[in-house]
Design a protein. Structure first.
Length: 238
C-alpha cells in the first residue's frame, strides 16, 4: 500500500499505517511519531521523518530512505529502525529493546538512558559520527560508533559516557583526543569483545553496502562502567 503524506498530519498518517501490514509512505514532510507503538507493520518512508520516529515501537520494522529528526526510537521496546541518512539528537532515548541502524551521522545524546533486562539488550549502530553526551546515563545495551564520515570532526563530541552505569559503547578508530569521565574504563576491544558486536556490524554492512574488511581495518575501543569507581549522583540532600 502506498500512502501519500502530502498535507497529512501525523495522526491521520498513523491511522492510515495501522490499516495495513506493509506500506510505503511517499512525500513524508516531517510528520512526528511515525509508527509510534506499532507491533506488526513494515513501513518504508520516502522523505524526511519528523521527531520520535518509531517511538515506543513494539516489534514493527521501519526503513527510512532519507534523514530523520530527533528522538528516533524513543523508549523503543522491540523491532528495528533503519535510516539511510542522518538523524538528530537523542536516538534510542530510554530504549529497552530492538535495534537501530543509522548510515550517517547522529546528533547529541546517542543512547541516553538505554537499559536492558534479561534477554532484552537494545543495540544502536551509527555509521558516521555523533555529537556530545554519547551514552549519557547509559544503563544497558550496546552502542557502536563507526566514524565513517569523511570530515574533520571528531568521531564523538564532548562528555561521552557521562553518568554511564551499565552497557557497552564501542568506538572505531582513534580516540586519543576524546576525554572520558573517571567512572568508565576505556580499552582496546579484544577478539571476544568484537565477537559480541560482529553480527551487528555485518548487518550494517549488508544493509548499507559497506565492506566488512574495510571497516575492520581500524581498531575498536570499548567503554564500560568502572565497577571500582561507580557513578554516583545525589539529586537531593538527605
Amino acid at each position: 500500500m502506498i500512502i501519500d503524506a502530502t498535507n497529512m498530519d501525523y495522526r491521520r498518517l498513523n491511522d492510515e499505517i495501522r490499516k495495513t501490514d506493509c506500506c510505503r509512505i511517499e512525500n513524508c514532510i516531517g510528520q512526528r511519531f511515525i509508527g509510534s507503538g506499532m507491533k506488526n507493520q513494515k513501513i518504508y518512508i520516502s522523505g524526511i521523518s519528523g521527531n520520535a520516529l518509531g517511538a515506543y515501537l513494539t516489534g514493527a520494522e521501519i526503513i527510512a530512505q532519507g534523514n530523520a529528526q530527533d528522538a528516533v526510537g524513543d523508549t523503543m521496546n522491540d523491532g528495528k529502525i533503519t535510516v539511510h541518512g542522518n538523524i538528530g539528537d537523542a536516538p534510542g532515548y530510554a530504549m529497552r529493546g530492538g535495534k537501530i541502524l543509522i548510515k550517517g551521522d547522529a546528533g547529541y545524546r546517542v543512547g541516553i538512558h538505554m537499559k536492558e533486562y534479561r534477554e532484552k539488550k537494545p543495540q544502536i549502530i551509527i555509521g558516521g559520527k555523533c555529537g556530545s553526551f554519547l551514552g549519557e546515563y547509559q544503563a544497558g545495551g550496546i552502542v557502536v560508533i563507526l566514524g565513517l564520515t569523511e570530515n574533520d570532526m571528531p568521531v564523538v563530541g564532548n562528555f561521552p559516557c557521562t553518568g554511564m552505569h551499565g552497557g557497552k559503547v564501542f568506538i572505531r578508530g582513534n580516540i586519543d583526543g576524546v576525554r572520558f569521565p573517571h567512572n568508565v574504563n576505556v580499552s582496546k576491544a579484544t577478539k571476544s569483545d568484537l565477537e559480541e558486536i560482529m553480527p551487528l556490524i555485518c548487518e550494517f554492512c549488508d544493509t548499507f553496502n559497506y565492506s566488512l574488511s574495510d571497516i575492520m581495518k581500524e581498531p575498536f575501543n570499548i567503554i564500560v562502567p568502572d565497577t571500582n569507581n561507580p557513578y554516583k549522583q545525589m539529586y537531593v540532600a538527605n
